[in-house]
Design a protein around this ligand. Structure first.
Ligand SMILES: Nc1nc2c(ncn2[C@@H]2O[C@H](COP(=O)(O)OP(=O)(O)O)[C@@H](O)[C@H]2O)c(=O)[nH]1
Ligand SMILES: [Mg+2]
Length: 510
């Protein structure tokens, strides 16, 4: 059905540079075992998939969305011991669950599935004593990135909040390279959390890339079939809020439950939904008013109560209404209906955003995490012999186009960003906000011929040079315009490939 996020093309440049930087740092800090351990772990991470954390309040829909992204029911939802610990979902050759205690060696737990859903339990270990669970699973949905499910942040639940913080606090490995922040309605505390998080990670100038999901979006419009249109309007308003813009690359409404149901839809589900769709319309509409009515024993439809309860659990009332409406317009089979649900739930758009912002920038994001670690070590533990390392770090920070682009993109979105309002959209697109391929950066069709790409890049180069020379521009604007001039130059230097990492053609998912 829907392809998972595209896998990241190899981008050796920045990763190789950062590997050498880490070797240099390991040498400088050789007498400090904990620093060496952190640096070595970071060095190994350069060759591992990107880590994306799902973060938000309890019941925001994190675990459901994780399952929707993977396309399988792996993460436990709702309450339960396991929803209180950080759980990693990684690609692995064979299914395996390991419990990493706060103290002591990891223990392997039995792998159990009930009706296709993975059953996780802590085998008697109190949640407070668990550092994390690590689930390895052989699924294409995890090939491009490792997903981290986190307990909810909540002011009422200090223990769990501290845990979510620890995950984001880069003192602690493992951290996340990128964040999906889920919120049902952005409240001041949510913004506060995101702001503090960005402050914590932005100290070196490279922010941790964040996408905001307006979650459980089907509930926005009280479950009406056009609920997602209403949710889109809310998301658009949210993303225009300067305080939100400053913290997050994009806001997208997603009904994770519906997306998951779409990805897992089977022929027999279609048959059940089809029976509903072809039953008496007025009677069904009345049943679909509330969950109670839909699940009554006596019902004027040829579908048993048991099947209706199961359907409701998997799709929600909104999902059933939407599926029925789609079948009535002629959607012919389970495959087509599943695709429609994935698209209309917002899941497909989120997958696209994850590909553009995270997976195709994977090398730069992982490199940025490593750069932050070295910068923090230098700040917190200055050594007389570290002068060379500091210079090396600076060379990478200044010289790497990928890191410069990430940083400028993050700053461009800030309230006091460097670009005047009229230029911001063009600037962000050129920096790769809509995708890192040259045609995407220049706002051309993906299959635009090379000479068209060249002439658009030449025109953009002239425009940004002129803007950089504008005597009225502030220093920050001039610097930012000059960065875009370099961006255009590197497109012209390699019209079919770079600039930056992850700019090769999108690769099919495995
Ligand atoms: N209507 C609706 N319910 C959802 C959606 N996503 C999750 N839920 C429900 O919300 C509850 C909490 O979801 P869960 O994924 O466990 O949230 P978490 O605590 O953030 O991990 C569960 O009962 C889910 O079935 C959604 O998109 N729409
Ligand atoms: Mg959860």
């Amino acid at each position: 059905m829907t392809a998972p996020v595209e896998s990241a093309p190899a981008a050796p440049g920045i990763v190789d540079d950062v590997r050498v930087l880490l070797d240099d740092a390991i040498e400088v800090y050789r007498d400090e075992p904990d620093a060496v351990a952190a640096l070595s772990a970071q060095r190994r991470r350069l060759d591992e998939p990107l880590r994306i954390a799902l973060v938000g309040r309890v019941k925001a829909g994190k675990s459901t969305l994780l399952n929707a992204l993977v396309g399988e029911r792996l993460a436990p939802t709702d309450a339960g011991e396991c929803t209180r610990v950080v759980t990693w979902y990684r690609h692995g050759a064979v299914p395996r669950v390991a419990l990493h205690p706060v103290d002591g060696a990891p223990r392997v737990l039995p792998v159990r599935r009930v009706e296709g859903a993975l059953q996780l339990d802590l085998a008697g270990t109190p949640a407070e004593e668990v550092d994390r669970l690590v689930v390895d699973w052989p699924t294409g949905g995890l090939a491009a990135a490792t997903l981290l499910d986190t307990p909810g942040i909540s002011s009422l639940d200090v223990g769990n909040s501290a845990r979510a913080w620890a995950l984001l606090d880069e003192e602690e490995l493992p951290g996340a390279d990128a964040v999906v922040f889920l919120t049902r309605q952005m409240q001041p505390e949510d913004l506060d959390f995101l702001a503090r998080f960005q402050e914590a990670t932005g100290a070196t100038g490279v922010h941790t890339t964040t996408i905001t999901v307006l979650s459980r979006a089907d509930e926005v419009g009280a479950g009406r079939v056009d609920a997602l249109l209403a949710a889109q309007r809310v998301a658009r308003r949210m993303s225009e809020d300067p305080a939100v813009r400053a913290l997050s690359q994009a806001v997208v409404p997603v009904a994770g439950l519906v997306g998951l149901a779409g990805r897992m839809l089977r022929h027999r589900d279609f048959v059940t939904l089809h029976s509903l769709a072809t039953a008496d319309r007025a009677a069904l509409d009345a049943m679909l008013l509330t969950a109670d009515r839909f699940c009554r024993a006596e019902a004027p439809v040829p579908v048993s109560r048991e099947l209706r309860v199961a359907l409701l659990e998997r799709l929600g009332l909104f999902g059933i209404r939407l599926a029925v409406a789609l079948i009535r317009t002629g959607v012919p089979d389970a495959g087509a209906l599943g695709d429609q649900l994935v698209r209309r739930s917002g899941l497909a758009e989120l997958q696209r955003l994850l590909a553009v912002h995270f997976v195709r920038r994977s090398a730069a994001l992982r490199a940025a995490t490593a750069v932050r670690l070295v910068a923090r070590l230098l700040r917190q533990r200055p050594l007389p012999a570290a002068g060379g390392l500091a210079a090396h770090l600076e060379r990478i920070q200044v010289g790497s186009q990928e890191l410069a682009e990430l940083e400028l993109l993050a700053r461009s979105r800030a309230v006091d960003g460097p670009f005047p309002a009229g230029l911001r959209a063009e600037a962000e697109r050129l920096l790769g906000a809509d995708g890192p391929a040259p045609a995407e950066r220049l706002g051309l069709a993906a299959d635009a011929p090379a000479d068209q790409v060249r002439s658009a890049a030449t025109a953009a180069l002239d425009r940004w040079r002129e803007r950089a020379d504008d005597p009225r521009a502030t220093r920050a604007t001039v610097d930012a315009c000059e960065a875009l001039v370099r961006c255009c130059e590197s497109i012209l230097a390699a019209p079919d490939g770079a600039p930056g990492s992850g700019t090769g053609p999108a690769q099919p998912a495995p």
